[in-house]
Design a protein around this ligand. Structure first.
Ligand code: PLP
Length: 346
């Protein structure tokens, strides 16, 4: 027997593909890859990757070797790059798998050379100071005898118009001169919006594919991919002057019809949505009242017509708005999405 969950995630295939195409079109002459780390930002890499492959994507970026292995029966492993690099204990299995490491340190480079590893990628750190070969570690000799496909760098502040972007651009160009690599790649989703100087040979969008408004300029071209729906478990009238939910953070001003829905912070509907999230109930926008609980929220449905126990409601999950309401980043909202929801690709 299998039970239907009172919570659904509808995932829009067409929107995903349209978002990738929009990113590809904004990338101009550059090729367009896809960041599918963290299980494609929580959407499910095994669902996302074949759809993007079919749309024409040929470069997929994961963080861990286990994530590359989990895709090995779906696409050629040579199309997968592992961003977190390589550790000694993984070298042999990595070579056997055939995905390419993004080498981030001189140590990783020597591991790869000593194992006679073939095609690889290299991350240069042009100013984020997080992962990659830094200017002080840099010597052209480091890259001798490496078969480098993609020379990468990563922007720290691509979602802001700040001088750091141009500084990183200059640093990357200077660092990459003299290194022989087939392709250069700098831009994540927001970086694509910074213009063609940032595109090089390959772009690496993630967030925008999944519906995130990574940059002001991308707001209009990106469609929502994740559409959560929760079922109403109870509807009740509450008298004026009553409090709703844990710690009584909301007090009704008048008699209020309260619906309780099967979604909570354990589903990734964070406590930041308390008294601020919005739910569409039979076509009417209704506000979350009081605290978000682990498995439940309470919603003011006084203005919505004919609300009944068992009805399904759309949880407003436009990522830009949801991020404002909850105080969480768009990335956190996606990667926290519940496993106990029924997921349906439409
Ligand atoms: C996650 C990641 C991306 C994608 O970034 P978005 O902001 O989600 O578009 C690109 N490059 C690297 C190295 C990453 O880690």
């Amino acid at each position: 027997m299998s039970f239907a969950a009172p919570l659904r995630l509808r995932l829009d295939s067409e929107a995903l593909i349209a978002n990738w195409r929009a990113m590809a079109s904004l990338s101009g002459n550059a090729q367009t890859g896809a960041a599918v780390k963290a299980d494609a930002y929580g959407l499910g890499a095994r669902e996302v990757v074949p759809r993007l492959w079919k749309a024409g994507c040929r470069d997929f970026f994961v963080a861990h070797w286990g994530e590359a292995e989990a895709l090995a029966d779906l696409i050629p492993t040579s199309s997968i790059a592992v961003l977190n690099g390589i550790a000694e204990q993984d070298v042999e299995a990595a070579i056997a798998l055939g995905a390419a490491p993004v080498l981030n340190t001189p140590h990783q480079i020597s591991l790869w050379k000593n194992a006679n590893g073939r095609r690889c990628h290299v991350m240069l750190d042009s100013g984020i100071n997080r992962l990659g070969i830094g200017p002080e570690q840099f010597s052209p000799k480091l890259f001798d005898r490496l078969d480098i496909d993609i020379l990468l760098t990563h922007l720290a502040s691509a979602d802001e118009d700040v001088p750091q972007n141009a500084q990183q651009l200059t640093t990357f160009i200077a660092m990459s001169e003299g290194i022989s690599a087939k392709r250069r790649s700098m831009a994540n989703s927001a970086g694509i919006a910074l213009g063609s100087d940032y595109h090089f040979d390959l772009t690496r969008p993630g967030l925008a594919l999944y519906g995130g408004a990574a940059h002001l300029h991308l707001r209009t071209s990106i469609r929502q991919v994740v559409l959560p729906q929760a079922r109403i478990l109870q509807v009740r009238d509450v008298a004026a002057g009553s409090t709703v939910g844990y710690n009584a953070t909301y007090t009704t001003q008048k008699r209020t019809t309260v619906a309780t829905l099967a979604i909570g912070y354990a589903d990734g509907y964070f406590r930041g949505f308390s008294n601020s999230g919005s739910i569409c109930v039979n076509g009417t926008e209704c506000l979350v009242l009081g605290r978000v609980s682990m498995d439940l929220i309470t919603v003011d449905v006084s203005a919505a017509p004919e609300v009944a126990e068992g009805d399904w409601c759309d949880v407003n999950f436009d990522l830009r708005l949801a991020s404002e309401w909850s105080g969480m980043s768009q990335y956190e909202l996606l990667t926290a999405l519940s496993d106990r929801a029924d997921r349906r690709w439409i």
